[in-house]
Design a protein around this ligand. Structure first.
Ligand SMILES: [Zn+2]
Length: 248
C-alpha cells in the first residue's frame, strides 16, 4: 500500500530529489497518519502543505465556522464559506488539492472525554490551536501515548514553535505551566503563515527522518525585526503532566 506509484513519483519528484528524502522518505510520508488540531491561521498552511507533500492520512479537528474577521489569515476559506463548518470546508479543500490522500475531519470540540476517539492512533499531532486549555488536553494525550506534538503559537508579528516528545524533551506544561488569559489578539496573516510553514517543515522532517529537528528547542521569531532565536528548553521535575515519565 505504501509503495509509490508512477503518479506519486511524478507528483512528489521534486521533493524526493532532496538528499536523504528519496523513495524511502516519500514512502514513509505515504504511510504516515497525522492529526491537525485547529484549522485556523496555523492549521491552514499546515494542512495545505502536508496534503500537497503527500502525507497519506490527514485528520483535522475544528469545531468553529469561519467568520469574516478570520479571512485575513485563515487561507483555507473564502467569503463563500462563511458560516459553514471549518472542518467540512477544510477537508473538501484538501481532497481537491490532493485526491491521492485520505482526509478525515471532525467538527467536535476536542476535550478530555473525546480526544481518544477523535485523534486516535497517529504518528504525529500538530497543535494549531489558539488557546492553552485545549492545548493542555492535547499535551496530556501526546504524553500518554508518546506521540510527538508540534506546537506553535502566534501574537501580532511574532511566534514560537517547538517539537515536544517527552521524556526526550519537555512537554508543553513544562515550558508553559500556566495558560495565558484568552483574548482577542492582533495578528497578521503572514504570522501564522510563517509559523505554520515551520510546523509543516518540522512534520515533514520528523516523518521522513530528515535533518535536525526542534526537539527540546523553542524557536521564537519576531517578524517585525525579522529575528529568529532558538532557545533550549528543559523538563520541569515537578511538571504535573510529565513528571512521571522516566528520563531516557
Ligand atoms: Zn512536562
Amino acid at each position: 500500500m505504501a509503495a509509490l506509484t508512477d503518479y506519486d513519483c511524478t507528483r512528489y519528484g521534486r521533493q524526493m530529489m532532496i538528499g536523504g528524502w528519496g523513495v524511502p522518505g516519500q514512502e514513509r510520508l505515504k504511510r504516515a497518519r497525522v492529526f491537525i488540531v485547529g484549522a485556523g491561521g496555523l492549521g491552514s498552511p499546515v494542512a495545505l502543505y502536508l496534503a500537497a507533500a503527500g502525507v497519506g492520512t490527514i485528520g483535522l479537528g475544528d469545531c468553529d465556522r469561519p467568520d469574516l474577521s478570520n479571512l485575513n489569515r485563515q487561507i483555507l476559506y473564502t467569503d463563500a464559506d462563511l458560516g459553514r463548518p471549518k472542518a467540512e470546508v477544510a477537508a473538501e479543500v484538501l481532497r481537491r488539492l490532493n485526491p491521492a490522500i485520505a482526509v478525515n475531519s471532525s467538527g467536535e470540540r476536542i476535550a478530555e472525554h473525546n480526544i481518544e476517539r477523535i485523534v486516535g492512533p497517529v504518528d504525529l499531532i500538530l497543535d494549531c490551536l489558539d488557546n492553552f486549555d485545549t492545548r493542555y488536553v492535547l499535551n496530556a494525550y501526546s504524553v500518554r501515548h508518546s506521540i510527538p506534538l508540534i506546537h506553535a503559537a502566534i501574537w501580532g508579528l511574532s511566534g514560537q514553535i517547538t517539537v515536544l516528545h517527552p521524556p526526550r524533551t519537555p512537554c508543553l506544561r513544562c515550558i508553559f505551566p500556566d495558560a495565558p488569559p484568552r483574548e482577542v489578539f492582533p495578528v497578521a496573516g503572514v504570522t501564522p503563515g510563517l509559523a505554520g510553514c515551520l510546523q509543516a517543515t518540522e512534520a515533514l522532517k520528523l516523518l521522513t527522518g530528515l535533518g535536525a529537528s526542534l526537539l527540546g528547542k523553542l524557536l521564537v521569531f519576531d517578524a517585525e525585526q525579522m529575528t529568529f532565536t532558538t532557545l533550549t528548553v528543559e523538563r520541569r521535575p515537578d511538571c504535573p503532566a510529565c513528571a512521571g515519565l522516566i528520563r531516557t
